[in-house]
Write a protein that binds this ligand. Sequence first.
Ligand SMILES: C[S@@+](CC[C@H](N)C(=O)[O-])C[C@H]1O[C@@H](n2cnc3c(N)ncnc32)[C@H](O)[C@@H]1O
Length: 249
Amino acid sequence: MDDEVVRAWRVVEREPGVVLLDGFHALKHALRFGGEVRRVLTADRGALLALAAELAPDVVAALDRLAVEVPEPALRQVAPRPHPTGVVALAVRPSAGANAAALAARPREAPVVVLENPRNLGNVGAVIRLAAGFGATGVVTTGDLDPWHPNVLRGSAGLHFATAVERLAVPELPDGPLYVLDPEGADIRDLPFPDDALLAFGTERHGVSAELKARADRLVAVPMRPGVSSFNLATSVGMGLFHWMSGKR
Ligand SMILES: C[S@@+](CC[C@H](N)C(=O)[O-])C[C@H]1O[C@@H](n2cnc3c(N)ncnc32)[C@H](O)[C@@H]1O
Protein backbone atom coordinates (compact mmCIF):
# COMPACT_ATOMS: atom_id res chain seq x y z
CA MET A 1 0.00 0.00 0.00
CA ASP A 2 2.76 2.47 0.98
CA ASP A 3 4.77 1.38 -2.07
CA GLU A 4 1.74 2.13 -4.20
CA VAL A 5 1.44 5.62 -2.70
CA VAL A 6 5.13 6.30 -3.36
CA ARG A 7 4.84 4.95 -6.93
CA ALA A 8 1.83 7.22 -7.62
CA TRP A 9 3.83 10.15 -6.20
CA ARG A 10 6.74 9.40 -8.55
CA VAL A 11 4.41 9.46 -11.56
CA VAL A 12 2.94 12.86 -10.67
CA GLU A 13 6.39 14.22 -9.76
CA ARG A 14 7.57 13.68 -13.36
CA GLU A 15 4.67 15.54 -14.96
CA PRO A 16 5.56 18.86 -16.58
CA GLY A 17 5.15 21.89 -14.33
CA VAL A 18 4.91 19.87 -11.11
CA VAL A 19 6.86 21.36 -8.19
CA LEU A 20 7.69 20.13 -4.69
CA LEU A 21 6.21 21.89 -1.66
CA ASP A 22 8.23 21.11 1.44
CA GLY A 23 6.45 21.86 4.71
CA PHE A 24 3.14 23.16 5.98
CA HIS A 25 3.53 26.85 5.13
CA ALA A 26 4.42 26.27 1.47
CA LEU A 27 1.43 23.95 1.15
CA LYS A 28 -0.89 26.36 2.97
CA HIS A 29 -0.01 29.25 0.65
CA ALA A 30 -0.32 27.11 -2.47
CA LEU A 31 -3.84 26.10 -1.40
CA ARG A 32 -4.80 29.60 -0.28
CA PHE A 33 -3.63 31.29 -3.49
CA GLY A 34 -5.25 28.89 -5.92
CA GLY A 35 -2.40 26.46 -6.66
CA GLU A 36 -3.42 23.09 -8.05
CA VAL A 37 -2.19 20.71 -5.33
CA ARG A 38 -1.97 17.15 -6.66
CA ARG A 39 -0.55 15.05 -3.79
CA VAL A 40 -0.05 15.57 -0.03
CA LEU A 41 1.85 13.06 2.14
CA THR A 42 2.29 13.33 5.89
CA ALA A 43 3.64 11.11 8.64
CA ASP A 44 0.84 12.26 10.98
CA ARG A 45 -2.51 13.23 9.43
CA GLY A 46 -4.09 14.13 12.77
CA ALA A 47 -1.23 16.47 13.68
CA LEU A 48 -1.38 18.08 10.21
CA LEU A 49 -5.11 18.77 10.46
CA ALA A 50 -4.71 20.09 14.02
CA LEU A 51 -1.93 22.44 12.86
CA ALA A 52 -4.13 23.67 10.01
CA ALA A 53 -7.08 24.18 12.36
CA GLU A 54 -4.86 26.31 14.58
CA LEU A 55 -2.98 28.32 11.95
CA ALA A 56 -5.02 28.22 8.75
CA PRO A 57 -8.64 27.11 9.15
CA ASP A 58 -9.31 28.16 5.54
CA VAL A 59 -7.28 25.20 4.23
CA VAL A 60 -8.52 22.47 6.60
CA ALA A 61 -11.19 21.14 4.21
CA ALA A 62 -8.73 20.89 1.30
CA LEU A 63 -6.15 19.15 3.48
CA ASP A 64 -8.73 16.74 4.83
CA ARG A 65 -9.52 15.77 1.23
CA LEU A 66 -5.90 15.55 0.00
CA ALA A 67 -3.68 14.39 2.88
CA VAL A 68 -2.57 10.76 2.91
CA GLU A 69 -0.73 9.37 5.93
CA VAL A 70 2.34 7.24 5.31
CA PRO A 71 4.94 5.89 7.76
CA GLU A 72 8.05 8.05 8.25
CA PRO A 73 10.31 5.81 6.06
CA ALA A 74 7.91 6.18 3.11
CA LEU A 75 7.85 9.95 3.60
CA ARG A 76 11.66 9.92 3.58
CA GLN A 77 11.65 8.17 0.22
CA VAL A 78 10.01 11.21 -1.39
CA ALA A 79 11.57 13.89 0.88
CA PRO A 80 14.88 12.64 2.36
CA ARG A 81 14.98 15.47 4.93
CA PRO A 82 11.33 16.21 5.66
CA HIS A 83 10.39 19.67 6.94
CA PRO A 84 9.80 19.81 10.74
CA THR A 85 6.04 20.09 10.04
CA GLY A 86 6.22 16.57 8.50
CA VAL A 87 4.30 17.25 5.31
CA VAL A 88 5.32 17.28 1.67
CA ALA A 89 3.21 17.96 -1.40
CA LEU A 90 3.25 18.22 -5.18
CA ALA A 91 1.53 21.11 -6.98
CA VAL A 92 1.33 22.40 -10.54
CA ARG A 93 3.04 25.72 -11.07
CA PRO A 94 1.26 28.35 -13.23
CA SER A 95 2.41 28.08 -16.87
CA ALA A 96 5.30 30.21 -18.10
CA GLY A 97 2.90 31.77 -20.63
CA ALA A 98 0.38 32.81 -17.95
CA ASN A 99 3.15 34.30 -15.83
CA ALA A 100 4.73 36.14 -18.75
CA ALA A 101 1.30 37.61 -19.62
CA ALA A 102 0.71 38.70 -15.99
CA LEU A 103 4.14 40.34 -15.89
CA ALA A 104 3.65 42.15 -19.20
CA ALA A 105 0.01 43.25 -18.63
CA ARG A 106 -0.68 46.98 -18.79
CA PRO A 107 -1.67 49.13 -17.05
CA ARG A 108 0.55 47.78 -14.26
CA GLU A 109 -0.53 48.72 -10.75
CA ALA A 110 2.52 47.49 -8.83
CA PRO A 111 6.20 47.06 -9.71
CA VAL A 112 7.91 44.00 -11.12
CA VAL A 113 11.06 42.98 -9.22
CA VAL A 114 13.94 41.91 -11.48
CA LEU A 115 16.82 39.88 -10.02
CA GLU A 116 19.78 39.77 -12.35
CA ASN A 117 21.46 36.36 -12.23
CA PRO A 118 20.86 35.64 -8.51
CA ARG A 119 22.95 32.81 -7.03
CA ASN A 120 21.48 32.12 -3.60
CA LEU A 121 18.27 30.05 -3.50
CA GLY A 122 17.34 31.33 -0.02
CA ASN A 123 17.70 34.96 -1.14
CA VAL A 124 15.39 34.37 -4.12
CA GLY A 125 12.79 32.74 -1.86
CA ALA A 126 12.97 35.67 0.56
CA VAL A 127 12.52 38.12 -2.35
CA ILE A 128 9.43 36.25 -3.62
CA ARG A 129 7.98 36.34 -0.12
CA LEU A 130 8.57 40.11 0.02
CA ALA A 131 7.06 40.63 -3.44
CA ALA A 132 3.95 38.68 -2.46
CA GLY A 133 3.65 40.55 0.83
CA PHE A 134 3.94 43.98 -0.79
CA GLY A 135 1.59 43.04 -3.62
CA ALA A 136 4.19 43.42 -6.38
CA THR A 137 3.15 42.26 -9.86
CA GLY A 138 5.83 39.58 -9.81
CA VAL A 139 9.47 38.58 -9.74
CA VAL A 140 11.61 37.97 -12.83
CA THR A 141 14.98 36.29 -12.54
CA THR A 142 17.61 36.22 -15.26
CA GLY A 143 20.44 33.66 -15.48
CA ASP A 144 20.42 29.94 -14.88
CA LEU A 145 18.96 29.58 -11.37
CA ASP A 146 15.47 28.02 -11.40
CA PRO A 147 13.19 30.31 -9.35
CA TRP A 148 10.83 27.32 -8.87
CA HIS A 149 13.55 25.14 -7.28
CA PRO A 150 12.20 23.38 -4.11
CA ASN A 151 14.58 25.34 -1.88
CA VAL A 152 13.33 28.62 -3.35
CA LEU A 153 9.76 27.50 -2.71
CA ARG A 154 10.74 26.65 0.84
CA GLY A 155 12.33 30.11 1.25
CA SER A 156 9.23 31.86 -0.08
CA ALA A 157 6.91 29.72 2.11
CA GLY A 158 5.06 28.85 -1.11
CA LEU A 159 4.21 32.48 -1.91
CA HIS A 160 5.18 31.83 -5.53
CA PHE A 161 1.46 31.13 -5.91
CA ALA A 162 0.60 34.68 -4.78
CA THR A 163 2.66 36.59 -7.38
CA ALA A 164 4.00 35.90 -10.90
CA VAL A 165 7.44 34.26 -10.79
CA GLU A 166 9.31 33.58 -14.01
CA ARG A 167 12.81 33.28 -15.41
CA LEU A 168 13.35 35.45 -18.53
CA ALA A 169 16.29 36.61 -20.62
CA VAL A 170 17.22 40.31 -20.29
CA PRO A 171 15.81 41.20 -23.75
CA GLU A 172 12.46 39.64 -22.70
CA LEU A 173 11.98 41.89 -19.67
CA PRO A 174 8.51 43.45 -19.50
CA ASP A 175 8.10 47.09 -20.56
CA GLY A 176 8.18 49.85 -17.99
CA PRO A 177 10.56 52.42 -16.53
CA LEU A 178 13.67 50.58 -15.33
CA TYR A 179 14.91 51.60 -11.87
CA VAL A 180 18.19 49.84 -11.13
CA LEU A 181 19.15 49.66 -7.47
CA ASP A 182 22.88 50.14 -7.03
CA PRO A 183 25.02 51.60 -4.23
CA GLU A 184 26.41 54.15 -6.72
CA GLY A 185 23.00 55.54 -7.69
CA ALA A 186 21.09 58.68 -6.75
CA ASP A 187 19.54 58.92 -3.27
CA ILE A 188 16.32 56.87 -3.18
CA ARG A 189 14.69 59.44 -0.89
CA ASP A 190 14.53 61.92 -3.79
CA LEU A 191 12.89 59.51 -6.26
CA PRO A 192 9.40 58.07 -5.86
CA PHE A 193 8.91 54.78 -7.72
CA PRO A 194 6.01 54.67 -10.19
CA ASP A 195 3.55 51.78 -10.00
CA ASP A 196 4.65 50.40 -13.37
CA ALA A 197 8.38 50.39 -12.52
CA LEU A 198 10.73 47.49 -13.02
CA LEU A 199 12.90 47.46 -9.88
CA ALA A 200 16.13 45.67 -10.77
CA PHE A 201 18.78 44.29 -8.42
CA GLY A 202 22.22 42.84 -9.11
CA THR A 203 23.81 39.52 -8.37
CA GLU A 204 25.03 38.90 -4.81
CA ARG A 205 28.76 38.99 -5.46
CA HIS A 206 29.24 41.34 -8.41
CA GLY A 207 26.21 43.63 -8.34
CA VAL A 208 24.43 44.97 -11.41
CA SER A 209 26.03 44.26 -14.82
CA ALA A 210 27.16 47.06 -17.12
CA GLU A 211 24.56 45.80 -19.62
CA LEU A 212 21.66 46.30 -17.21
CA LYS A 213 22.99 49.65 -15.98
CA ALA A 214 23.14 50.83 -19.60
CA ARG A 215 19.42 50.04 -19.99
CA ALA A 216 18.41 51.81 -16.75
CA ASP A 217 16.19 54.88 -16.73
CA ARG A 218 17.46 55.64 -13.22
CA LEU A 219 20.20 54.27 -10.95
CA VAL A 220 19.02 54.47 -7.34
CA ALA A 221 20.85 53.94 -4.02
CA VAL A 222 19.79 53.36 -0.45
CA PRO A 223 22.31 55.53 1.44
CA MET A 224 24.73 53.64 3.68
CA ARG A 225 27.07 54.61 6.45
CA PRO A 226 30.65 55.19 5.14
CA GLY A 227 32.66 51.95 5.12
CA VAL A 228 29.65 49.68 4.45
CA SER A 229 29.85 48.46 0.86
CA SER A 230 26.36 47.04 0.28
CA PHE A 231 23.20 45.58 1.76
CA ASN A 232 22.08 41.99 1.30
CA LEU A 233 20.06 41.38 -1.89
CA ALA A 234 16.75 40.45 -0.25
CA THR A 235 17.08 43.29 2.25
CA SER A 236 17.58 45.72 -0.65
CA VAL A 237 14.44 44.42 -2.36
CA GLY A 238 12.52 44.88 0.90
CA MET A 239 13.67 48.49 1.15
CA GLY A 240 12.88 49.16 -2.52
CA LEU A 241 9.36 47.76 -2.23
CA PHE A 242 8.75 49.58 1.03
CA HIS A 243 9.86 52.82 -0.65
CA TRP A 244 7.35 52.21 -3.47
CA MET A 245 4.56 51.40 -1.00
CA SER A 246 5.23 54.36 1.26
CA GLY A 247 4.85 56.73 -1.71
CA LYS A 248 1.31 55.52 -2.34
CA ARG A 249 -0.53 57.33 0.46
C1 LIG B 1 24.89 42.13 -2.17
S1 LIG B 1 24.55 43.40 -3.28
C2 LIG B 1 25.86 43.31 -4.44
C3 LIG B 1 27.14 43.79 -3.92
C4 LIG B 1 28.08 44.19 -5.01
N1 LIG B 1 29.43 43.93 -4.58
C5 LIG B 1 27.90 45.66 -5.36
O1 LIG B 1 28.80 46.42 -5.06
O2 LIG B 1 26.87 46.05 -5.89
C6 LIG B 1 23.22 42.81 -4.25
C7 LIG B 1 22.36 43.89 -4.82
O3 LIG B 1 21.63 44.53 -3.78
C8 LIG B 1 21.36 45.88 -4.16
N2 LIG B 1 21.95 46.79 -3.17
C9 LIG B 1 22.77 46.48 -2.16
N3 LIG B 1 23.06 47.57 -1.44
C10 LIG B 1 22.43 48.60 -2.04
C11 LIG B 1 22.32 49.99 -1.77
N4 LIG B 1 22.95 50.58 -0.75
N5 LIG B 1 21.57 50.75 -2.60
C12 LIG B 1 20.91 50.20 -3.64
N6 LIG B 1 20.97 48.89 -3.93
C13 LIG B 1 21.71 48.10 -3.14
C14 LIG B 1 21.97 46.10 -5.52
O4 LIG B 1 21.01 45.87 -6.52
C15 LIG B 1 23.04 45.02 -5.54
O5 LIG B 1 23.43 44.70 -6.86
